[in-house]
Design a protein around this ligand. Sequence first.
Ligand code: 5GP
Length: 212
Amino acid sequence: MSSRPRGLLFIVSAPSGTGKTTIVERLAQQMTGLCLSRSYTSRPARNGERDGVDYTFVTRERFETMVREGAFLEWADVFGNLYGTAAADTEACLAGGSDLVLVIDVQGARQVRACGLAATTVFILPPSAAVLEQRLRGRSKDSEAQIRRRLEVSGGEVCEYTGYDYVVVNDEVDEAVDRLRAIVLAERARTASMRATAEAIVATFAPGRLPC
Ligand code: 5GP
């Protein structure tokens, strides 16, 4: 089968602690032709995080220089740290024909929509506020103040689901991965995505005798 000339862009947003990173990482392991974007951040690396793997960790000064140079497709201040997606990385992946998932916050998703880039957007919701709080406490990555701040911000973020194309509830991780996979497969099966493949198949039928 011939491949699509350009990859599809997916945006996944969710409140902190919803489990979006786990879900998209599992999805990327299961699916071929699907890459995860690696963001730049001015946030210090947490224990166990690796530069160039989890994020590209840069100083705030370096990040701000990149903003001035127009290096980011989108960027945002999240919980006092700067996060951004390099435009060149995104373009290289999509131009190479791979589908790409950006795991970014709601501000970043708004910027990508505003710049007119075609993207399928997915909002991941936790089953409830109580479950989100349990998960944030359970992962023990954050201080009590950070947990409270994340919960406060999540109240505003969850209302943004209406601006997204799809909603996935992360009640059970494997099921959430299955739902996200179904979305990617459906987008890949759209007529616009399948055009090159379909045309190659159609061309094998008697040319000149077809109505299309
Ligand atoms: P964390 O510090 O927990 O890794 O991420 C905090 C938040 O920043 C998450 O909501 C995550 O989705 C968001 N984030 C990570 N990378 C980016 C990015 O490149 N752009 C934007 N806008 N948000 C990001």
